[in-house]
Design a protein around this ligand. Structure first.
Ligand SMILES: NC(=O)C1=CN([C@@H]2O[C@H](COP(=O)(O)OP(=O)(O)OC[C@H]3O[C@@H](n4cnc5c(N)ncnc54)[C@H](O)[C@@H]3O)[C@@H](O)[C@H]2O)C=CC1
Ligand SMILES: O=C(O)CCC(=O)C(=O)O
Length: 524
């Protein structure tokens, strides 16, 4: 049974496929309410209320995936997730329209004083002169952060006859041209906009992008909006410019601390607020819940996820192409690790042939996770393999080569360790499967599965017979056997496969023979 914890409120219609799956147990409770069962859950679904911290990852020892039903992942410690090998996914476009519409509603409300006027009429006042507003038409709207939401706002602003100024250091010329805007500098936006709205993620570079100093550069009487994340507009800086009258008004859906407690901003008549409602529509909530549900189901089914924050994004088509190499790479990493029980400094992977055209970084991480998984006692997977390798002082690299060794595709891993190096080559043959075709300088051909014995020996008469006798004496049946040698009478290797694991006494007995150089037992 797979256990999924949904710790924030979510559209039950969106969650339905998870609720319907017979093999999945869905618990809809807050994290604090299941404190003693946290170690059971395979997946965690959240909105913005649950703080997914390092401490939570430490408690959720079985966790494999966190699904954020929304865009912003600033409530999730991505670094800690990566370290713990947990995939983080979000629902990047399910709430775009709702948030753009909310921002627009806030902008119109702010410039026409609708919330304030609403309160007075309901208090039996009829004071029309107190609420003279400002048209949107002809005004310059500065959009900081021109992604999905910023783009939708621009489309609507154009219909309202507004001029649009955009600041986004990552905006491509193509996208700007497609939406018909031009990117300007932050200073140009600040000095020319009548209204400024922020739509960036909350990251180091955007925290306080509007602050006491930058707001001072804006036009007197500017209107500011934040429907993205509390902290993108520095609250102390905003308060300063509301007090001195430089800012005519602000519309805030988000706060540095939510809910805002004793927040001075709430005292200003010209500040209108909503309780983080940008994505709170039936449509958006259904969309984001359905998107993360589908992604989590795919992931738990071993299918690719399309919106991961800490894994390369793969389409189904690409994932299907990668899968055979993914499994081969994982086994190759594992084999090398078991054959090389010494400290390792470097793992170098080379891709040749058709595999080189795929998302090799994913295959490299699979190889590393196979390698590290056989030598560390924590969960290692593609998410955290790179980080764990670095932590343990193991450098890794990948290279695409145009060499042609005669295989349609070839993966080669070279591992450099204390007084020992090891090279393994593998290929995937359609309809036949994975083959290991080279160990160090030897050509060989075996199927990497089950219980194997790798023996390095002298190419002499009687060695193979002696190995067979020892195995026979222990009543061990040889399933398959491959041999390889460089030259007559020189060094040679054997790879034997068995139906059951071998015990250490047997390998020690074989290793004691003079013409046997080394014996390595491999379990896959
Ligand atoms: N109030 C609410 O309920 C909601 C809030 N949000 C917030 O809105 C944010 C934006 O959402 P989307 O448009 O979907 O994200 P997005 O990823 O499509 O767009 C973000 C844009 O910010 C830009 N950006 C990054 N660093 C920047 C910088 N230093 N200066 C200027 N621009 C920068 C990026 O290039 C990108 O184009 C989310 O990160 C989330 O925090 C999203 C949905 C609902
Ligand atoms: O879950 C929510 O309603 C918040 C949405 C949000 O802020 C986001 O998607 O980034």
């Amino acid at each position: 049974m797979i256990h999924v914890l949904v710790s924030d409120s979510m559209s039950s219609e969106g969650l339905q496929p998870l609720l319907d799956a017979a093999h999945i147990n869905v618990v809809q409770k807050k994290v604090e309410e299941v404190d003693h069962e946290l170690h059971l859950f395979d997946a965690l679904l959240v909105r913005s209320a649950t703080k997914v911290t390092e401490e939570l990852f430490e408690k959720m020892t079985n966790l494999k995936i966190v699904g954020r039903a929304g865009v912003g992942v600033d409530n999730i410690d991505i670094e800690a997730a990566t370290k713990h090998g947990v995939v983080v996914i979000n629902a990047p476009n399910g709430n775009t329209i709702s948030t753009a519409e909310h921002t627009f509603a806030m902008m119109a409300s702010l410039l026409r004083h609708i919330p304030q006027a609403n309160v007075t009429v309901k208090s039996n006042e009829w004071n029309r002169s107190a609420f003279v507003g400002t048209e949107l038409y002809g005004k310059s709207l500065g959009i900081i952060g021109f992604g999905r939401i910023g783009g939708e706002i621009a489309k609507r602003a154009r219909v309202f006859g507004m001029n649009i100024l955009v600041f986004d250091p990552f905006l491509t010329k193509d996208r700007a041209e497609k939406i018909g805007v031009s990117n300007c500098t932050l200073d140009e936006l600040l000095t020319n906009a009548d209204i400024i709205t922020v739509h960036t993620p909350l990251i180091k570079e955007t925290r306080g992008i509007l602050n006491k100093e930058t707001i001072a550069k804006t036009k007197k009487g500017v209107y500011l909006l934040n429907c993205a994340r509390g902290g993108i507009i520095d609250e102390a800086g905003l308060i300063h410019h509301l007090e001195n009258g430089h800012v005519a008004g602000a519309a805030l859906d988000v706060f540095e601390v939510e809910p805002p407690v004793n927040n001075k901003l709430l005292k200003f008549d010209n500040v209108i607020v909503t309780p983080h409602l940008g994505a709170s529509t039936k449509e958006a909530q259904l969309n984001v819940a359905a998107q993360v549900t589908q992604e989590v189901l795919n992931f738990l089914d071993g299918k690719p996820v399309t919106s991961s924050i800490n894994l390369p994004t793969l389409t189904k088509e690409l994932f299907d192409k990668i899968q055979p190499f993914y499994h081969l790479a994982k086994k190759m990493g594992n084999i090398v690790s078991q054959c090389m029980k010494v400290p390792v400094q470097e793992v170098a992977i080379q891709y040749e042939g058709s595999v080189a055209e795929l998302e090799t970084s994913f295959i490299t991480k699979a190889l590393l996770s196979g390698f590290l998984g056989a030598r560390v006692d924590i969960t290692v997977n593609e998410v955290n393999a790179g980080m764990i390798a670095k932590e343990r002082g193991i450098s890794f690299s990948e290279k695409i080569t145009s060499n042609n060794s005669g295989y349609e595709n070839l993966l080669e891993v070279k591992v450099f360790g204390d007084n020992q190096n090891f090279v393994l080559r593998g290929t995937h043959v359609p309809h036949y499967g994975e083959r290991i075709v080279g160990i160090n300088d030897f050509n060989i051909d075996f199927y990497p599965t089950g219980h194997l014995l790798y023996i390095q020996h002298q190419d002499k008469p009687g060695v193979i017979g002696r190995v067979g006798k020892v195995l026979g004496d222990h009543e061990v049946n040889i399933a398959t056997m491959q041999v390889g040698r460089k030259e007559k009478g020189g060094e040679a290797i054997m790879m034997l496969a068995f139906d059951r694991p071998l015990d250490d006494t047997l390998t020690s007995q074989l290793a004691a023979y003079d013409d046997i150089v080394s014996v390595k037992s491999i379990d896959l």
